[in-house]
Design a protein around this ligand. Structure first.
Ligand code: CAA
Length: 382
């Protein structure tokens, strides 16, 4: 039996996230984008509301929710502001969820608990200047010395790095092996000597999110900070990204729905040639197409989330959801700028920000081309 509707518990949560996003996030979105800076009071408030711990068990300080609830939160936050969305997403899916999945009991108490209870923020250091889609091209090393590892290298485009407390970092512990077998994952505290976070990289979209390069120079971490065992890093990164892609799909759905809602509001009021733009059949048919695509992307995203919640394989579902939702977000936001005409192009209206924000969903946490590699890899074509 398939039920495509949310149950009353999830509906209630969605309404709560929606109210928060409308009242607390939306009024700040324009200002944060212009300032290219996250409002940390907003993040604090979201932490206090438990939004940074949604899918984690209460025994680790989390809200005891599920991935579907997290996805609903991601959509609502991103509808109002995609920068807020990605801040939540990287913390939740790439950092904290990975500790939950691969951490020992001690590591979960020490590292997951403060991330889930809202006292700390996490980030994920995988991408390097020479290793983007090709994760196996990473060069950062972690050399064991006694009961410590010494990390050296440079990571780039590390979302949340400007303010994160906990860095989940990937480094080669055995350079003689391909990274698939020689890479390991480490939990690193921001205040460890040798870490330099650069200024945020100026970007086209999600400008309020923090995204910087991080240099690791003789960063010494205790051996107990190794996550999941030596040589397990590549597969840990892949699993983290499988989950992360569900969050980014939800972000893309949110951006698209947020833009369409703005365009509907505008086109019902804007009068040209003696009638509202919304009363033209061209507008109506185009909006019908866009809403249908958004719903399809949302259902793919929910399917991936529910599969993850049920403990079923979800990596291909996640890739399909992200591939489609990011494409839809780009189409919808571009059309919504058009729906608003000259005002759509003006910085004062949010759809131009949404169009700029949508682009990154086709790039980060795996480009659309990588999504196609993952999906086609499941089709037994060889
Ligand atoms: N789960 C578990 N294991 C996996 C896996 C998965 N999803 N995907 C691959 N593996 C395993 C394979 O089974 C294989 O295992 P064996 O060696 O035991 O056979 C091993 O990993 C190597 O697999 P591949 O040969 O497929 O690896 P590859 O080097 O060809 O790379 C890839 C595959 C899909 C292209 C991968 O590199 C990839 O996902 N690239 C994209 C990286 C990405 O998403 N980067 C985003 C960074 S984070 C970010 O965006 C910043 C941010 O803060 C938002």
């Amino acid at each position: 039996m398939i039920d495509f509707n949310l149950d009353s518990e999830h509906l209630e949560l969605r309404d709560m996230y929606r109210k928060f996003a409308e009242e607390r996030v939306k009024p700040l979105a324009h200002e944060m984008d212009e300032a290219e800076k996250m409002n940390m009071d907003l993040i604090k408030e979201m932490q206090q509301c438990g939004f940074f711990g949604i899918p984690f068990p209460e025994e680790y300080g989390g809200a005891g929710g599920d991935v579907l609830s997290y996805v609903l939160c991601m959509e609502e936050m991103s509808k109002a502001d995609a920068s807020t969305g990605v801040t939540l997403s990287v913390h939740t899916s790439l950092c904290a969820s990975t500790i939950q999945e691969f951490g020992t009991e001690e590591q979960k108490q020490k590292w997951l608990r403060p991330l889930a209870d809202g006292s700390k923020i996490g980030c994920f250091g995988l991408t390097e200047p020479g290793a983007g889609s090709d994760v196996a091209g990473a060069r950062t090393t972690a050399v064991k010395e006694g009961d410590e590892y010494v990390i050296n290298g440079e990571k780039i485009f590390t979302t949340n790095s400007g303010f994160a407390d906990t860095f989940l970092v990937f480094a080669l512990t055995d350079k003689s092996l391909p990274a698939h077998k020689g890479m390991s994952a480490f939990l690193v505290d921001r205040n460890t000597p040798g870490i330099t976070v650069t200024a945020d990289i100026p970007r086209m979209g999600i400008r309020a999110a923090s995204n910087a390069a991080v240099v690791y120079e003789n960063v010494r971490v205790p051996a107990e900070n190794l996550l999941g065992g030596e040589g397990k890093g590549f597969k840990i990164a892949m699993k983290a990204l499988d989950g992360g892609r569900i969050g980014i799909a939800a972000q893309a759905v949110g951006i698209a729905q947020g833009a369409l809602n703005e365009a509907i509001k505008y086109d019902k009021e804007r009068v040209q040639f003696g009638k509202t733009i919304a009363s033209f059949q061209n507008t109506q048919f185009k909006m019908a197409d866009l809403q249908t695509k958004i719903d399809a992307a949302r259902l793919l995203t929910w399917r991936a989330a529910v599969a993850k919640d049920k403990g079923e394989p979800y990596n291909v579902y996640a890739a399909m959801a992200k591939l489609m939702a990011s494409d839809v977000a780009n189409q919808v936001t571009r059309d919504c700028v058009q729906f608003l005409g000259g005002y759509g192009f003006a910085r004062e209206y949010s759809v131009e920000r949404m169009m700029r924000d949508a682009k990154i969903t086709e790039i980060y946490e795996g480009t659309s081309e990588v999504m196609k590699m993952v999906i086609s890899g499941s089709l037994n074509l060889k």
